[in-house]
Write a protein that binds this ligand. Structure first.
Ligand SMILES: Nc1ncnc2c1ncn2[C@@H]1O[C@H](COP(=O)(O)OP(=O)(O)OP(=O)(O)O)[C@@H](O)[C@H]1O
Length: 324
């Protein structure tokens, strides 16, 4: 991996008494897709706004493709393509024209911009809307097609760093899958990608590294494999509780199998266990269901959702629940 295309150190930004970013550090290398996860209000958009020079940090440093983005935001911004969380203002225009214009603004020839727009339209399966005009108040094009168009505008030209803030909002399942493949392709073509998303499970497919923000702080960082923790053959037993929320895994008898992580998320209890204990886990959960102590259960491979829930709010909920 070469020099970082994004290097952030000790970044702090306050809004009055709220510390939206609190000593944040992260790095994106060329060809690397880094996922930024966090609850609502965790500080993700604040971080993105500083990277693209829309907000000044109170302290800390940001380098984009080697450029000091705090001292020289205009130069740094030329090295970043951003898909903002808010919908792009494309009223009166067609997806084809705005994608091509985005390419031209980044210095592509007319022919290259046209070819890149066509490639993206193929990848995202949006040909049928390419020449349909967006009209005011969300008319003409659906929210999902507008979102895919904004993504294509960010992805059309080669740039050192692509920042995507919730690119899959409003996008249907089949096209989300296509979009994730294109995100991976951008990385494989050499761009660094910072991907802000709530969609932990789907993002896991394409990210090389993950950074989890919680109340402005980085609470977990690393590759999906490392963050998932122990062996790849770990399993998650998910208990669905009754509406009264009584949790049989908290009973004095406890859980009759070794559990490496336990997280409560609303009416779900997620228990991480070794594959070797699967049979005993199913026997226990079946007995709980027969005794009507739970509504149901599922035994599935662990995913980053478990890590995410453990690192952020759900862990707090659990701690509060168990210490109440
Ligand atoms: N302009 C602002 N003025 C005051 N407070 C702000 C401002 N922008 C953000 N905040 C606060 O900073 C914190 C971080 O907000 P931010 O929008 O960065 O979170 P987020 O992780 O992007 O959330 P979401 O997932 O909901 O988009 C929140 O507490 C928010 O209320």
């Amino acid at each position: 991996m070469g020099d970082a295309v994004l290097e952030i150190e000790g970044l702090t930004r306050r809004f009055g008494r709220v510390v939206a970013n609190d000593g944040v550090g992260l790095r994106v290398g060329p060809g690397e897709v880094v996922g930024l996860l966090g609850h609502n209000g965790a500080g993700k958009t604040t971080l993105v706004s500083q990277i693209v020079g829309l907000l000044r940090p109170d302290s800390g440093s940001i380098r984009v493709a080697g450029v000091d983005a705090v001292a020289d935001p205009a130069t740094a911004r030329r090295c970043v393509a951003l898909q903002a969380q808010a919908q792009a203002p494309i009223d009166g225009l067609t997806p084809r024209s705005v994608i091509e214009i985005a390419g031209r603004l980044r210095g592509m020839s007319r022919a290259d911009a046209r070819a890149a727009a066509k490639t993206l339209a193929d990848e995202l399966d949006i040909h049928e809307w390419l020449d349909r005009r967006a009209t005011p108040d969300g008319g003409g094009l659906s929210g999902g097609v507008r979102r895919l168009t904004a993504f294509a505008m960010a992805a059309v030209a080669p740039v050192p760093l692509v920042v995507l803030d919730e690119p899959t909002n409003d996008v249907d399942a089949a096209r989300r899958r296509r979009l994730w493949d294109t995100v991976r392709r951008l990385g494989d073509d050499g761009a660094g990608v910072l991907l802000v998303t709530h969609n932990v499970v789907e993002a896991e497919r394409v990210v090389d590294e993950l950074v989890v923000l919680d109340h402005g702080r980085v609470v977990a960082a690393g590759s999906p494999g490392r963050l998932r923790g122990t062996g790849d053959d770990d399993l998650r037993l998910e208990l669905s509780l009754h509406p009264d929320g009584a949790d049989p895994s908290e009973a004095p008898a406890g859980v009759p199998i070794p559990v490496t992580r336990r997280v409560r998320a609303g009416r779900r209890v997620l228990l991480t266990l070794a594959a070797a204990d699967a049979e005993a886990a199913v026997a226990w959960a079946t007995a709980l269901r027969t005794d009507r102590l739970i509504e149901g259960y599922a035994l599935v491979p662990t995913s980053l959702e478990d890590v995410y829930l453990a690192a952020t709010g759900a862990a707090t909920t659990h701690a509060e629940a168990t210490h109440a």
